[in-house]
Design a protein around this ligand. Structure first.
Ligand code: NAD
Ligand code: ZN
Length: 385
């Protein structure tokens, strides 16, 4: 016997400003598109970092729903979720999500709306994906990183037993709405963090985009609206294109180009107990993997310096003291990230490296001594020698 079937997934990533302005039809149109004659029930979870900086959000949403009550209704008021990595670390938050969805009788016709950074979207996304084996999720990413990367793909995840994204599910959203206005209240750190993912996707896919990022550093650092908006738009496009066209959206094979620089980034996040933001760790991960590629003769010499310079000009520090930490055998603890990545892949290592800007290759072996040299190189660079 054999069962063979395939499913087609389709969702839109939409861009707007002021999504809850009653005159803006995007949200109601998106939710009502499949069943226009129905009144759709919405349960909304909001990152507390957003709640804190947008004090009128609840009123605005209620007014929006009221104006569009023919199509929309709220199951309850906004449900606040702790923002940042702590929500991915905390099983009690997942329980709270399940309890709310149970008590509010959210069913497979209702919508869950998640508003927040990548961490909140990952948590609510996992909760929604595993309730009734999947309820409709609309994501409203509110950080640069969530709008250009974390919030637009098909993955959800939470950290368990100190292991990053140990539990999770592939669960395409119903839709994603990027409202650039939310970015206004972001801290400088979180404005910057998302730029690392843009550098990543440019490096693995698009030399012109990398050169554009180099030419726009000042505008990006000043958070110039046009530059940020173009960066998010193009990065999201490349990211989505990879998901839709790579032939492996649910990562059944081992190649993970979108995880470029991430084996060390995830380890750095855990080693620093999430003191480093995901984007900050990714910037270091990109520096490590580009220097390593140059050391082993894969990437033309000097290209890694150009990449590091772009990251530094954006304001990333390409070093963290934890990179010096060693285990009882004197080995750098960061390097353990390779073993963990291999384990996550199921035993066969596959790491994306660059052969040039915009060109990549998958490699299956890593020379650990060379990686140590790479890390020392970054330390020397930090010291200015
Ligand atoms: N699922 C995926 O495919 C995927 C991809 C990349 C990253 N991620 C995950 O995304 C997470 C990182 O996401 P992030 O960079 O968005 O950071 P984050 O979610 O940790 O948020 C950072 C901080 O910004 C606050 N915040 C969010 N929006 C705000 C706003 N508009 N104004 C003011 N404050 C706001 C949050 O409360 C939090 O304190 C990591 O857990 C990472 O693993 C997931
Ligand atoms: Zn990432």
């Amino acid at each position: 016997m054999e069962a063979r079937f395939s499913l087609t997934f389709q969702y839109q990533v939409l861009f707007t400003n002021s999504v809850f302005d009653p005159q803006n039809p995007l949200l109601v149109r998106t939710l009502a598109q499949k069943e226009p004659s129905r009144q759709h029930c919405l349960t909304i979870f909001v990152d507390d970092g957003v709640m804190g900086t947008w004090p009128h959000l609840e009123e605005d949403i209620e007014e929006y729903i009221d104006v569009h009550k023919k199509h929309l209704r709220l199951s309850t008021g906004l449900i606040k979720v702790s923002g940042g990595e702590e929500c991915k670390n905390d099983p009690d938050i997942l329980h709270m999500v399940y309890r709310q969805l149970l008590e509010l009788e959210v069913d497979r016709h209702s919508f869950v709306l998640a508003i927040g950074g990548g961490a909140v979207l990952d948590t609510i996304g996992y909760g929604a994906a595993t309730t009734h084996r999947g309820v409709h999720l609309v994501r409203l990413p509110t950080t640069v990183l969530a709008q250009n990367d974390a919030g637009i793909g098909v993955k959800t995840g939470m950290n368990f037993f100190d292991s990053k994204n140990f539990i999770g599910a592939f669960a395409p959203p119903f839709a994603v709405i990027n409202d650039l206005r939310f970015l206004k209240t972001l801290s400088c750190r979180d404005r910057r963090a998302g730029i690392a993912e843009a550098v990543k996707v440019a490096l693995i896919n698009d030399r012109n985009f990398f050169e554009w990022l180099e030419s726009q550093v000042q505008a990006l650092n000043a958070f110039d609206f046009n530059a940020i908006s173009h960066m998010i738009h193009h990065c999201a496009e490349l990211h989505l294109n990879h998901i839709a066209c790579s032939g492996d959206p649910f990562e059944i094979g081992n190649a993970r180009p979108l995880d470029y620089g991430h084996w060390s980034a995830h380890k750095l996040e855990s080693l620093t107990k999430h003191e480093l933001r995901h984007g900050e760790a990714v910037a270091i991960g990109i520096a490590i993997d580009s220097r390593y590629a140059s050391q082993i003769g894969l990437l033309p010499k000097g290209t890694e310096v150009r990449i590091c310079q772009l990251l530094e000009k954006v304001g990333f520090r390409l070093w963290h003291p934890v990179m010096r930490d060693t285990d009882s055998k004197g080995k750098l603890r960061l390097i353990e990230g390779i073993r963990e990545f291999r384990k996550h892949l199921g035993g066969d290592l596959s790491i994306t490296l660059l052969t040039d800007i915009g060109e990549r290759v998958e490699i299956h072996d890593i020379d650990l001594r060379e990686i140590e040299t790479t890390i020392h190189w970054l330390e020397d660079r930090e010291r200015g020698s």
